[in-house]
Design a protein around this ligand. Structure first.
Ligand code: RIB
Length: 314
């Protein structure tokens, strides 16, 4: 049975400089060009869910922007992806969040976020929009809004028996009080390590299973460790599997994780089983790294289905 998706999170205006390499501390380098794109982990995930989900799934977003040009750009972008924006508050006393992004020729990125209005999304905003929870099957959150708001939103989601997904990005350790309300935790390699208070490193599939097992002990009911080009591993107390990645040429990895999460939420809301849902999310994320920018890189449902048809599951 299909149901709605509620994305709760950040909206940022991304200022993206393309550079030959990352500058060293104290160094000035010359970049190639500057682009301005709609971004923010919450908005990127809402756009991905909106582009991916079939017509039976409504996508709503809760968040805050400033009443400024960047806020208007963000609202327009999420609306054009079919996302309902009545839950996005426009603030007179704070600017829209922004992100300064460096992308190298090899597709690597570094990001500095200035939260702006995102820092003002409060637990009261969640309670004020509680009616949206009745339309929702999947609640999708990240960590670019205050942690007490994330906690309140997850707790309400669990009370309403929604499927709660938390993308623990940007990476940080999280308390049991938050993780106990998470059905599906979706860290990448770095986030998995920091949640476990370990030093980040590249993971083998076996490492990812072992870390996933230890992450389950922190409170979530299921874990997906995202492994970039190597796909993702899923595990809970009953089931575990690895879905391989798709071979593509990466030009910009910005928002690949966001695309994964939005596509995953769409697949789950449509009622897909978890293994095909993870495969669908891997395909969408693979397509996103072949394009520049955050929201401009999120593929369509048609392109994602075509990639899956061209690479049947083995
Ligand atoms: O995950 C990518 C996003 O991180 C960017 O769009 C940027 O806004 C930061 O939030």
């Amino acid at each position: 049975m299909a149901g709605g998706i509620l994305v709760i999170g950040s909206l940022n205006c991304d200022y993206v400089a393309t550079v030959p390499r990352m500058p060293a501390p104290g160094e000035t380098i010359t970049g190639d060009h500057l682009e301005i794109h709609p971004g923010g982990k919450g908005a990127n995930q809402a756009v991905a869910a909106g582009r991916m989900a079939d017509a039976s799934v409504e996508v709503h977003m809760l968040g805050c922007v400033g009443r400024d040009a960047a806020g208007a750009l963000l609202l327009d972008s999420v609306r054009r992806a079919g996302v309902e924006t009545a839950g996005i508050r426009e603030l007179d006393d704070a600017p829209t969040g922004s992100a300064l992004i460096w992308v190298t020729d090899s597709g690597q990125n570094s990001i500095v976020v200035i939260p702006g209005a995102n820092a003002l999304l409060s637990p009261d905003d969640i309670r004020a929009q509680e009616a949206l929870y009745w339309k929702t099957r999947v609640a999708l959150l990240q960590l670019e809004t205050p942690l007490d708001t994330v906690g309140a939103a997850l707790e309400l989601g669990r009370q309403r028996r929604l499927i709660t997904i938390l993308d623990p990005a940007p990476a940080q350790p999280l308390p049991y009080e938050i993780l106990q309300h998470v059905d599906l935790l979706t860290p990448n390699e770095t986030e998995a390590a920091l949640l476990l208070r370990e030093t980040p490193r590249a993971l083998t599939i076996d490492d990812a299973y072992s870390m996933g097992q230890r992450l389950l002990d922190l409170g979530p009911r299921s874990v997906i460790v995202k492994l970039g080009a190597e796909g993702a591993v899923f595990l809970n107390r009953l089931q575990r599997f690895h879905e391989p990645g798709f071979a593509v040429r990466a030009v910009d990895t910005t928002a690949a994780g966001d695309t994964f999460n939005g596509a995953l939420a769409a697949a789950i809301a449509e009622g897909m089983d978890i293994q095909p849902a993870v495969r669908f999310a891997c395909a969408a994320a693979a397509l996103s790294v072949t394009r520049r920018g955050a929201q401009p890189s999120v593929p369509s449902r048609e392109d994602t289905d075509a990639l899956l048809r061209a690479n049947p599951a083995s």
